[in-house]
Design a protein around this ligand. Structure first.
Ligand code: MSP
Length: 524
């Protein structure tokens, strides 16, 4: 039976300010989803938007729109951005979708009926103009962190989820299942900071928030944030709808990939909710680090000496979706934070994409045209030491990619793939095809060298395809390799057909004149 693979991004807060950082989780998940598809799995990749809360009403009012008008515009823009970046999601959920709202109400009622939700009083520090509760630690200089005004203690009737009842069960989960949350440092954080001191019950409704899912049996209460948002991972599959077939097929999720600041919600609250509902837990939760801009997570587009442009809608049309995906996937060591600057982006573009990959493909294709009229040559008795080294590198690095991808390590996987291209470039220097071409008696050696290069490009491009789909697919098409071919037997050096004509391929990544690019960005 075909293996299933269910992967999710967090659902995004709708915002007009799209930065590279916002795209980080989604691009990683896309690479992982595509990689698993190429392994022949039946993949379901979910993303979407988290559309409730007081802030939405306030933002909509500011621009004179209703909540839904405001949200629809942003969701359209978000979908355009995902298309621009080649995000291959299978479903886009909006928490305002009717099926989600109705399922969340049923989930809430079930938790209430089972005794996991009870009515009590929420005490907090309230900011009247913002209509928001804050905790002591969220205040800035004792004032509202949003508007800077005074806050006052206030109490309101609210429902609570008995999170405290799950402390021991969650400690057991972490003990029995060390794979559940990754990287390991995040487990220590959860266990030492939250579980060992004991969990407190969680307030799950507000009467002061109107834009949200009402409790159906007590509608002055609005279901607050986490039950609504986290449930998307199951309601998107039809949980508690008339058709639960996708839920039966794909749940439990293979992985929720999320940013480190929301690990607690996914690694404590979410498993507790699922336990209360008697639903199996996701297999893994991965909390990645942040992409930092001058040390800041949420940097606005700013000028620091040179131009720092972090708007993907400017970068993609100018440098390609692949280049933007590359910098997101490659530059941040997976699981840790990493820094972004435009200069790093330009340098990686030139050194890795243009010089290493692009150059390898264009040199090989033009030599093939010159020496073999672009026809894939036949192999025979290849006993060059350089060929053996090349094949070993291809095999080892490919195996590493498969290992790394088991842990979603996209950055290391790309390093391995680019090691393959570097070795192929070295192979050209070692074998000097231009010298072989001058000697009629070396015709077969030249054929072997060219065939090895083509096979290496085929393997490298197949491995690269989930990460940089555009340029890799173009390369595979030029080699007449089916672009949907899976990874079965990938390292066999006989994937191409002798006699096939390789199609011409333009320059994949024209080298950037870095100074001129900085100038151009300044004037955009
Ligand atoms: N709505 C919640 C998630 C609910 S999931 C049930 C939320 N949304 S968010 O829009 O604020 O963040 C969405 C994702 O984007 C998070 O995984 C977050 O870590 C990620 N990123 C936003 N800026 C980022 C960087 N600068 N770097 C890396 N990822 C960051 O949280």
């Amino acid at each position: 039976m075909q293996e299933k693979f269910y992967i999710t991004t967090p659902i995004y807060y709708p915002s007009n300010k799209f930065t590279l950082g916002n795209c980080y989780t989604t691009v990683i998940c896309d690479a992982v989803a595509r990689f698993n598809r190429k392994q022949g799995k039946d993949v379901f990749y979910l993303t979407g938007t988290d559309e409730h809360g007081q802030k939405i009403s306030q933002s909509a009012a500011k621009v004179g729109k209703t909540e839904m008008e405001y949200l629809n515009d942003i969701v359209d823009d978000a979908k355009k951005l995902w298309n621009l970046l080649g995000i291959s999601y299978d479903k886009f959920i909006r928490t305002t979708d009717e099926y989600h709202v109705s399922a969340v109400q049923k989930i809430f009622r079930e938790l209430y009926d089972k005794g996991y939700i009870y009515k009590g009083h929420y005490k907090g520090l309230y900011c009247t103009p913002c209509e928001a509760f804050w905790t002591e630690s969220q205040l800035i200089d004792g004032k509202c962190p949003d508007c800077g005004r005074e806050v006052a203690p206030q109490e309101e009737e609210a429902y609570f989820f008995k999170l405290s009842a799950f402390t021991d069960k969650l400690l057991k989960l972490y003990k029995d299942n060390p794979e559940f949350l990754q990287p390991q440092t995040r487990v220590n954080e959860m266990v030492n900071n939250f579980l060992k001191p004991g969990l407190e019950d969680l307030c799950v409704t507000r009467t002061s928030v109107k834009w949200g899912v009402p409790v159906d049996f007590d509608p002055k209460h609005t279901i607050y944030v986490w039950i609504d948002a986290l449930s998307n991972y199951i309601t998107a599959l039809g949980y508690k709808s008339i058709d639960e077939s996708l839920f039966k097929k794909f749940w439990p999720a293979d992985v929720h990939i999320i940013g480190k600041e929301i690990v607690r919600f996914h690694a404590i609250i979410w498993p507790a909710l699922l336990m209360a509902l008697d639903i199996p837990l996701p297999k893994r939760v991965f909390g990645h680090g942040w992409m930092l801009f001058g040390g800041d997570k949420l940097s606005k587009s700013k000028t620091v000496g040179s131009v720092e442009c972090i708007d993907p809608r400017v970068l993609v049309p100018r440098y390609s979706a692949d280049a933007v995906r590359y910098i997101l996937l490659r530059e941040i060591p997976f699981g840790s934070d990493g820094n972004y600057t435009t200069e790093i982006f330009f340098n990686r573009f030139n050194s890795d994409l243009s010089n290493n990959y692009g150059n390898l493909v264009s040199r090989t294709f033009s030599m093939l045209k010159k020496y073999f009229a672009s026809v894939v040559p036949e192999f025979k008795d290849d006993n060059l030491e350089a060929s053996k080294i090349l094949k070993d590198v291809v095999k080892n690095e490919t195996e590493k990619v498969f290992e790394y991808m088991k842990n979603f390590d996209v950055s290391k996987s790309l390093m391995s793939i680019f090691n393959i291209f570097s070795q192929a470039n070295k192979y050209i220097e070692m074998t000097e095809p231009w010298a072989l071409a001058k000697d009629e008696s070396k015709k077969q050696t030249l054929a072997n060298v060219m065939r090895n290069l083509l096979e290496t490009i085929r393997i490298g491009a197949s491995l690269l395809q989930p990460f940089l789909p555009e340029c890799a697919t173009k390369t595979l098409r030029a080699l007449n390799v089916g672009e949907n071919k899976t990874y079965e037997n990938i390292t066999e050096f006989y994937g191409l057909k002798a006699g096939d004509v390789v199609q011409p391929l333009g320059i994949l990544f024209p080298r950037l004149d870095i100074e001129a690019e900085f100038e151009a960005l300044k004037n955009l």
